[in-house]
Design a protein. Sequence first.
Lengths: 94, 419
Amino acid sequence: MRITCPHCGRRDVAEFTYQGDANRLRPDPASTDQAAWNAYVYDRVNTRGPHREFWQHSGGCRAHLAVERDTATHAILSVSYARDSDTARAGRRP
Amino acid sequence: MREYSAFALLKNALTGNTGWKEAWRKPELKASYDVIIVGGGGHGLSTAYYLAKEHGVRNIAVVEKGWIGSGNIGRNTTMIRSNYLHPQNQHFYEHSLTLWENLSQELNFNVMFSQRGVMNLAVGPAQLDDFARRGNAMRLAGIDAELLSREQVAKVIPGMDVSASARFPIYGGLMQWRGGTARHDAVAWGYARAADRLGVDIIENAEVTGFLKDGDTITGVVTKRGEIRAKKTAVVVAGSTGQVMKLAGIDRLPIESHVLQAFVTEAVKPFIHTVAAFGGGHLYFTQSDKGSLVFGGDIDGYNTWAQRGNLPVVEDVMSEFVALFPGLARVRLLRSWGGLMDMSMDGSPIIAKGPLPGMYLNTGWCYGGFKAVPASGWTFAWTIAKDEPHAFNRHFTLDRFRRGLIIDEKGQGSTPRLH
């Protein structure tokens, strides 16, 4: 498995650290909705197929990346900086 | 059907081995059963067996996607132990070990259970202190544990580098002498045959493609071989839990599927007489009765549904093994393979009623499901038959995450790749 880092190019997966499912959205830190926090911390969609997730290029430029990967085949479908991902955008509040 | 015995062996040897019957029937699907068990792996088969044996429920179908022995029950490294720290785990796994001790007699099938000892090797004084604490906790719960010095460890496993100059010098170990290994296929075949003899229908090549529902209540399953109805449907499908539960409309669970790789070398003369785990990185190894070294390490670390892993873990596991046993550097690897792990968010399993009415769920075995096969089936059967958990599995609920009652043996939090 190789991931094409937008900054460093195509590198072996050994250089990257997996940071988990990018489909989860953290509730507003001020929220006291226990169900929402429980879902964020513990529940997973556990997709078989194209899956959005975060990686860090910890053995390289250390950039945080948003990766789409097919969990059935290990094919990397797209890579971008995590700051540009849908999850990051959804997390921004006015 | 005939009992297996020395007499049967002798008689068949003298009559050209024509007297053997198939170990379990290939029954046709009936339209309805009292209980449907989805998943014909070790846990599903033992659930069926204990339901029939302990609770008198004989009208059971076990539906299996492939053939018996094709899943994780045939893919694991066969290690059996009950060396846990938390009481919720201790009593459950100790019950499992107790069932293992009489399993061959119970099933009339030699599962080759070998109590050769399971040792955790400590690579520093802090880890040895931690093992002493765990050993004391085990002994308080009535489980055998013995703390070994470096010299004692060297005697138990000759050939291992226990020198002070090693990269991770070994300071001692925690030994559970009653732990050991068993023949994994025999466990599947033994439970399948024993359940079949009690009237359980084992339906192979019957992948579940949907659930029958009456409102929210599960009333049966749709399989590739037809529909079946039952008041009670139990799902025990390990790494495939996410996929199967989605068919029932449950989209999110505290489970992620990961891949764990395992390795086997060519056969060498017997020199490792126990099972051991090395905490410098993460490595566990044993030597099979055929002489092959069977070993493995961490899961690959990202969620996946592919039953194969990547090379970084292979390299990591090999380098740890060679660091421990420099003499094995030129032994050749015969095979490696991967299996799907149902990693739960706290590293402990779920054996509970629900989440929908008419449904029962058994999952979250992480990569420690093999040793639990007897007790998992035993407690799951109890839960299905009585609609309430046994004391051994009452902590393994699905809602423990919401209620803050997690059982996190490693203290890693909700990061499945670290359990």
